[in-house]
Design a protein around this ligand. Structure first.
Ligand SMILES: *Cc1c(COP(=O)(O)O)cnc(C)c1O
Length: 495
């Protein structure tokens, strides 16, 4: 059935508000402030509510759908986090409140710094960066400041594996480094021989995700860190995949010197749609003096603890205004406190079990390029299906018809027709089985009825979009005439 459109419900004089009689004289607004060329619909309050609620229900979200978007850790966001983030003292604290009157908020930040340092096995934390990529930038600025502080100014190369997330080489370049790419070997590890040939007196450091974007734990991680350290470089850890190792191992113990977290991935603050996130960084003790301004410190005074904002002595400066994304920090703090150390360990264990279970169910029907136990996610290739005339993009569109958000596709770049699946720990076996059944059903369709896959989605509110134009030149305005004709067209198709 075609959707009713709010613009077509318009009826002259109808309004969506009712205001009491004005108690002040009318005044006209300055010329040009109100645009009267906008042909806005005149509708009732109930019409408006129905329009927006209907639109909101067309969204795919964690609260409505399984969302196995690899590398994004789309896990359940516990509602108690929202409860805490909306407590008056959290929600209403003004960033210019003097520290002596914001002790509770600063305590949350201080204890979050401590918890994140503990989880990383590192010594000091900055909560300032507003996203993972921003954390990368901040961490790499710290790395550069460290080398410069030692007068070690010839180090201008950063090594990045070919499996890396695109933000890694982009970050290194933004900080002014040259990027050297190291290959992955046939087991999905960093090619250690090539790494040894790449490092030298020009190496500033290496950016590495472990487990990597193939969902594989690098079997030579200690040798990699040793190789880079022996050349005088530092190890940067992309912590987007922390969901695989919480309480099991620590980046600091593996040899990383600086890393970022994605609180909106690992630590259950909501993400997607470009909302606020947070990408705190953790560093080893010798890098703490370079952290961005400010950090939260605790002082013991007359038997009481006082929290203060402090500027690290050789700070790289400000990377964000005020305190960072405080409401996100409060949510992550709530989650960590609620889980405790044992809870966090069990998060990662379940994330790993869930991913391995799905991988085992799917690896005969799809091609599995790196066939060894995975961590919290795994990467399949749609190359068998491609030979049947169905591309990974088509499979991703078809899975929408089964009521699931598609996995990440065409990433990492080193896997042909990649399907990157991250189920997360918060899904149960019934959901995993339903998803696996759907993925298997699609492989049968690829043999018998590929056209159904190629023309998917069939059940979604919108059919297939032109992906490039939709991203580069999004069409966000409603045009009555076009919509009306499309409306009729859709209607004909449906009947
Ligand atoms: C998500 C992700 C990032 C970037 O994080 P944002 O918070 O989206 O900026 C970096 N690296 C990896 C491996 C990621 O998965």
């Amino acid at each position: 059935m075609p959707e009713p459109l709010i613009f077509e419900w318009s009826s002259e004089g109808r309004t969506a508000y009712s205001l009491p009689e004005s108690q002040v004289p009318d005044a006209s607004l300055p010329e040009g402030l109100v645009r009267d060329e906008l042909d806005l619909p005149e509708v009732s309050e109930l019409d408006v509510v129905r329009h927006f609620v209907r639109l909101s229900q067309q969204n795919v979200s964690i609260d409505t759908h399984f969302y196995p978007l690899g590398s994004c850790t789309m896990k359940y966001n516990p509602k108690v986090n929202e409860e805490v983030a909306s407590l008056r003292g959290v929600r209403r604290v003004h960033p210019y409140t003097p520290p002596e009157r914001a002790q509770g908020a600063l305590q949350i930040m201080y204890e979050l710094q401590q918890a994140l340092a503990e989880i990383a096995g590192l010594d000091a934390v900055s909560l300032q960066p507003a996203a993972g990529a921003h954390g990368e930038l901040t961490g790499m600025l710290v790395m550069r400041a460290y080398h410069e502080s030692r007068g070690d100014t010839n180090r201008h190369v950063v090594i990045v594996p070919d499996s890396a997330h695109g933000t890694n080489p982009a970050t290194a370049a933004m900080v002014g480094y040259q990027v050297a790419t190291v290959r992955s070997d046939e087991r999905g590890n960093v090619d250690l021989d090539q790494l040894r040939s790449l490092v030298g007196p020009e190496t500033a450091g290496m950016m590495l995700t472990n487990p990597n974007t193939l969902g594989l734990f690098d079997e030579h991680i200690e040798a990699i860190c040793r190789t880079v350290h022996e050349a005088g470089g530092l190890m940067y850890g992309d912590g987007a995949n922390m969901n695989a190792i919480l309480g099991i191992t620590k980046p600091g113990e593996l040899g990383f010197d600086v890393m970022h977290y994605n609180l909106h991935k690992t630590f259950t603050t909501p993400h997607g749609g470009g909302g606020p996130g947070a990408g705190p960084i953790a560093v080893r003790d010798f890098l703490a003096e370079f952290l961005p301004d400010p950090v939260v410190v605790a002082r013991e005074e007359d038997g009481a603890t006082r929290y203060e904002l402090e500027t690290p002595v050789r700070t790289v400066g400000k990377v964000r205004s005020l305190w960072g994304n405080f409401a996100v920090l409060a949510r992550a703090y709530t989650y960590i406190r609620q889980q405790g150390a044992d809870g966090l360990r069990s998060v990662s264990r379940h994330a790993i079990i869930n991913a391995n279970y799905l991988m085992a169910r799917l690896k005969d029907a799809y091609y599995l390029p790196y066939d060894r136990p995975c961590m919290h996610e795994f990467v399949l290739s749609g190359r068998k299906q491609k030979r049947q005339g169905v591309r990974t993009l088509d499979i991703a569109k078809r899975i929408i018809d089964f009521g699931f958000h598609p996995p990440t596709i065409y990433f990492p770049l080193i896997v042909d027709e990649a399907l990157m699946i991250e189920p997360t720990e918060t899904e149960n076996k019934r959901t995993l089985d339903e998803f696996a059944d759907a993925m298997l059903e699609i492989t049968r369709e690829a043999e018998t009825d590929p056209e159904t896959i190629r023309s998917a989605p069939h059940e979604a509110p919108l059919r297939r979009l032109d992906e490039t134009t939709a991203a580069r030149r999004p069409d966000l305005t409603y045009r009555a005439a076009e919509a009306a004709s499309q409306h009729t067209e859709e209607h004909t198709k449906h009947s």
